[in-house]
Design a protein around this ligand. Structure first.
Ligand SMILES: CC(C)=CCC/C(C)=C/CC/C(C)=C/CC/C(C)=C/[C@@H]1[C@@H](COP(=O)(O)OP(=O)(O)O)[C@]1(C)CC/C=C(\C)CC/C=C(\C)CCC=C(C)C
Ligand SMILES: [Mn+2]
Length: 411
């Protein structure tokens, strides 16, 4: 048995630290697909996130267990780099870009003056983004950097509408390729319409990279061709594409508190975790709705281990098996929220309140699923107005707290 060292990509291991991950085989590098033979049914776990599935880090498990780790094993018994590790490589790249651009004057593809648009036109473009945000996302963002977040939000919403909106039936992979071309153009300072112009302007002002945007389009592509997820590793990748990317797009705009002692990588990891947590919550809330569209996002192997199948979901009866299964899924979503919490305090002061508000509100959907006795087949978990209002002062209070990194360094 070999002992390998893997960069800490998992919650529970301190940031940037190196964890001892024991596997039967050896592992080098991280981004390439690794094909290391491991004897079937015998490998060690490394992620604390396993604990939520009733396992301990370092515990030995069989191949069929519902697990999640920096390492995954394919059906041939080969170790491959997991989705978490692949996504963490994106996190590292984004963090490096942000650090480089903060150190040196920004060398961006687009500068505001390059945009062939009068100031009044841009003002109107941002105002329209603001209106769209008010229609869809009443709790999102206030203050200074809000226009930039509006522009990102509107691009994300439009991207999602391509596959979920009224014209979704006509959307083909080619249409998504065209949307990606448009994205490249707006990053190069050639916006196609007014809303793209707002985003062009935003990326000229903040150190935002194109990759998370491209990856979100990739997520929409996968929605066109895929309606089942074999295991959590596959689901994790999907969640990164459609939601984790939002966290990566937002950090350069929201900014890290100047007094924060946290590493840029850890803040990006927390932002990624918030996107994943939100999307997992979305999925758990919308089980019935998705099933009516022929979609089951829940990991097939975990369903099978719980003695459940697609039929149980289409049938839609809440049984004890279903309740127990849901409890585990909710537990995992909450762990991602917990991981995200550690990063919110590190954001710049003005950004903390809206992020806390969104985190607390979204997480409450999980409480509502429990309150509905896990009936997410025919009842939509909904956070009432009263609870929503109550979350705002709580979020405000939390936003005043010192960054965790600073609190720890002062004790
Ligand atoms: C350090 C730290 C914690 C920083 C904060 C980072 C941050 C702001 C993270 C944001 C996370 C977030 C809001 C993710 C969005 C998750 C989400 C709901 C994705 C949805 C995808 C598709 O799912 P589906 O089709 O199943 O869902 P619907 O039924 O259609 O709802 C999305 C719809 C993708 C599109 C995403 C958006 C429209 C939201 C974009 C939001 C922003 C840019 C604003 C983020 C700002 C704040 C204050 C949260
Ligand atoms: Mn959608």
């Amino acid at each position: 048995m070999a002992i390998i060292l893997v960069r800490a990509a998992s919650p529970g291991l301190s940031d940037g630290a190196v964890g001892h991950h024991q596997v039967h085989g050896s592992l080098q590098g991280s981004s390439q697909l690794l094909k290391t033979r491991v004897p079937p049914r015998r490998w060690m776990l490394c992620s604390l996130r396993y604990a939520c599935l009733g396992l301990q880090p370092g515990e030995e498990v069989g191949r069929t267990s519902a697990v999640y780790s920096s390492l995954a094993v394919n059906p041939a018994g080969e170790a491959v780099v997991s989705s978490e590790q692949k996504v963490y490589d994106v996190v590292l790249k984004q963090a490096a870009l942000l650090k480089r651009q903060l150190r040196t004057p920004p060398v961006l593809d687009v500068r505001p003056q390059q945009l062939d648009m009068p100031r009044s036109g841009l003002k109107e473009a941002y105002a329209r983004c603001g209106e769209i945000c008010q229609e869809y996302a009443k709790t999102f963002y206030l203050e200074e950097r809000r226009r930039a977040i509006w522009a990102i939000y509107v691009w994300c919403r439009r991207t999602d509408e391509l596959v979920d909106g009224p014209n979704a039936n006509y959307i083909t992979p080619t249409a998504l390729d065209r949307w990606e071309k448009r994205l490249e153009d707006l990053f190069a300072g050639r916006p196609y319409d007014m809303l793209d112009a707002a985003l062009s302007d935003t990326i000229s002002r903040f150190p935002i990279d194109i990759q998370p945007f491209r990856d979100m389009i990739e997520g929409m592509r996968s929605d066109l061709r895929k309606a089942r997820y074999k295991n959590f590793d596959e689901l994790y990748m999907y969640c990164y594409y459609v939601a984790g990317t939002v966290g990566l797009m937002s950090v350069p705009v929201m900014g890290i508190a100047p007094e924060s002692k946290a590493t840029t990588e850890s803040v990006y990891s927390a932002a990624l975790a918030l996107g994943i947590a939100n999307q997992l919550t979305n999925i758990l809330r919308d089980v019935g709705e998705d099933a009516r569209r022929g979609r089951v996002y829940l990991p097939q192997d975990e369903l099978a281990q719980a003695g459940l199948s697609d039929e149980d979901i289409f049938y839609g009866v809440v049984t004890n098996r279903w309740r127990n299964f849901m409890k585990q899924q909710i537990k995992r979503a909450r762990m991602f929220f917990e991981e995200a919490e550690r990063g919110v305090t590190e954001l710049s002061q003005a950004s903390r309140w809206p992020v806390w508000a969104s985190l607390l509100l979204y997480r409450q959907i999980l409480d509502e699923i429990e309150a509905n006795d896990y009936n997410n087949f025919t009842r939509r978990a909904y956070v009432g107005k009263g609870k929503k209002l109550l979350a705002l002062p709580v979020a405000y209070g939390k936003s005043l707290l010192l960054p965790v990194s600073l609190r720890n360094s002062q004790t």
